[in-house]
Design a protein around this ligand. Structure first.
Ligand code: BG6
Length: 608
């Protein structure tokens, strides 16, 4: 996602645009740019990187002076972060900024090229500027309406016309856009934070509606050209700026936990659009020669890799090793023909993971990357990159990126199983069907009732010193991530153990009241896990049982129960992690921790 702002009023537009973009950097920060009418002409300034780079450029080039303009902060989707791919984009008499994804941009681009149009960027957005300019014959509204009528996908647009220096136009479909109304000035923005410093009053514009911002104020039209301003409710934002950036949530971590239904959908569903036989076919054309995977990552990304190992080995029967990047890079790893290294990284910049990638490539080993940040170093240097499309993740402790990494790994495991015929086609279809259910099921696991349950459990153990998580197989891997979350944000000592390991040492730590969360989603192992839980209970431990529904009946060995809806067993980790993330979040809140910026941690460690 990206952030767009626009201004029309008596003040200098550039200052207001830059201030608004600062408030929207949480929506993306790969590049930024502004376009302002200066002396009757549109002046565009844009730069790769954070907003500060643009501000530095403006110091050198001079800030455009004028009262009408648009601004953009980018989260790259089509075309890696660069000056030329930055917004605003121009063609002919049209300059615009865009938030969204144009799904049919390639066919539109080719049709314009066939008419002799030349494109300068790799973005989908530039196509829109070409289209509007093509249809523009002096009627801006008509040009915009006809252009967007050819677009498939999502968009929020702020549009300027070279020969209309006192007006700004805006239209949207599926991407957010509001129209702010101030005293003698008006605004457009992707989100409330961008305008809160200037006004709290705004219109929501719907699809098939066009906003025209002029010195006289805001006029809203339907696509039939009718003035509908009087029919639209002028809303009042009652958020403070900081809360607004978090979408009303108290912390980015909680906001990002709640984004998971949509981020999981974006991670998985596009890969099924062309049928099960074409899963990840574009990213990974051929898997025939693969004999082994070596998954290399850090932190939660490595925990995701553990679940990838479980899924790929169970479904595709391909051996998978999982390595900590900082160990791998100095271990002179044994890599052979047929090996493929998979680097998992949210930021795509983690130094140890990048070093591991370069080591593998130096040994002639192909590298896949599973990355969130488009155009990041790991994404660029890998041979095959699969993006997880989780959008900017601001909280240091990853949640939505982790679950999307797992979702992509499960999708890869499905593709490998299909290619190898190691699983009956019917099971592959069932898993794919169950994947489609996950966004809704995760949303249900974040219902008010469920949240209250997690809050109660967290409040119960807020002052404990130690917290243990046990599980077997995939449940142990889930526990590793749950444990990481609790440690990272609440500073409570928390360890995950393979349940079968308890009797080999850890059980000595279990005394009266020590909380132990047991995870059971693997039916084949549940009785073994229950035996281990009983060992904990027998020593006075407090047992929280997180299991697939139906695996808790007739048992009295737990103090608290969190049941999960049943889907294909392989996918259960994508459900189980949600209570764990949320439990960790509330534990941190109750312990008064700085949830989004835990002490000593960084979002991406780009040094050794
Ligand atoms: C840590 C982050 O610094 O790096 C973790 O706090 C993350 O959340 C780990 O899992 C790896 O980072 P990345 O960007 O390579 O996934």
């Amino acid at each position: 996602m990206c952030g767009i702002v626009g201004y029309n009023g008596s003040r200098q537009a550039a200052d207001i645009l830059l201030d608004g973009l600062k408030k929207l950097e949480y929506r993306g920060y790969d590049s930024a740019g502004i376009a302002v009418f200066e002396n009757g002409h549109i002046k565009v300034e844009k730069a790769k990187g954070r907003l500060a780079n643009l501000e530095d450029r403006l110091v050198v080039s001079g800030t455009p002076l004028g009262h009408v303009g648009v601004g953009h902060t980018r989260w790259a989707t089509h075309g890696e972060p660069s000056d030329i791919n930055s917004h605003p984009h121009s063609h002919g008499r049209v300059t615009l900024v865009h938030n969204g994804i144009i799904e049919n941009y390639l066919s539109l681009k080719r049709s314009r090229e066939a008419m002799g149009n030349k494109f300068v960027s790799e973005t989908d957005t530039e196509v829109i500027a070409h289209l509007i300019d093509y249809y523009y014959n002096g009627n801006p509204a008509d040009a915009i309406i006809r252009a967007v009528g050819r677009i498939e996908g999502s968009y929020a647009l702020g549009v300027l016309f070279e020969d209309i220096p006192d007006k700004l136009f805006a239209v949207r479909k599926d991407s957010p856009l509001i129209v702010g109304v101030g005293e003698g000035e008006c605004f457009i923005a992707s989100d409330v934070p961008a305008i809160l410093a200037h006004t709290r009053q705004y219109y929501l514009i719907e699809q098939q509606e066009l906003a025209v911002l002029s010195p006289e104020g805001v006029t809203l039209y339907d696509f039939g050209g009718n003035d509908i301003t009087a029919t639209k409710e002028l809303l009042t934002a009652d958020w403070d700026v900081e809360a607004a950036e978090k979408g009303g949530f108290p912390h980015f971590m909680l906001k990002e936990i709640h984004e998971q239904p949509s981020t999981l959908e974006r991670a998985m569903m596009p890969h099924f659009v062309d049928g099960i036989e074409n899963i990840l076919r574009e990213e990974i054309p051929d898997t025939s020669g693969i004999r082994r995977f070596v998954i290399v990552a850090c932190g939660s990304a490595m925990n995701a890799g553990m679940l990838g190992k479980n899924a790929i080995e169970k479904l595709a029967r391909i051996p998978v090793d999982v390595c900590i990047a900082s160990e791998f890079r100095y271990a002179n790893p044994i890599l052979r023909e047929g090996d493929v290294v998979i680097i998992i990284s949210q930021s795509g910049e983690t130094a140890d993971s990048l070093a591991a990638l370069r080591l593998a490539k130096a040994k002639g080993i192909p590298v896949y990357a599973i990355v969130n940040v488009v155009g990041s170093s790991i994404a660029r240097e890998a041979d095959n990159t699969i993006y997880i499309w989780a959008g900017p993740e601001i909280a240091v402790a990853t949640t939505k990126a982790y679950s999307s990494q797992v979702a992509v790994l499960f999708t890869l495991a499905l593709r490998l199983a299909y290619d190898r015929g190691t699983v009956p086609y019917e099971r592959i279809v069932k898993i794919a069907e169950d994947m489609k259910k996950i966004p809704t099921l995760v949303s249900d696991l974040l219902s008010e009732e469920r949240i209250a349950q997690y809050q109660h459990l967290a409040s119960f153990n807020t002052n404990k010193h130690d917290f243990f998580i046990i599980g077997r197989g995939q449940d142990y891997a889930i526990g590793c991530e749950g444990s990481m979350k609790i440690k990272e944000v609440s500073y409570m000592h928390c360890e995950a153990y393979a349940a079968g390991e308890l009797k080999h040492g850890t059980i000595s730590l279990i005394t009266e009241g020590v909380p132990c969360l047991a995870i059971a989603t693997d039916r084949a192992l549940v009785e073994k896990t229950v035996s281990n839980i009983k060992e904990v209970k027998a020593r006075g431990g407090q047992v929280l049982y997180l299991c697939t529904e139906g695996l808790a009946k007739d048992h009295d060995f737990y103090d608290f129960l969190i049941e999960l809806p049943e889907i294909d067993e392989l996918l259960m980790p994508l459900l189980a992690i949600v209570p764990l993330q949320t439990y960790a979040y509330y534990t941190a809140v109750y312990r008064g921790c700085d949830v989004d910026k835990p002490r000593n941690l960084a979002k991406s460690v780009t040094v050794e």
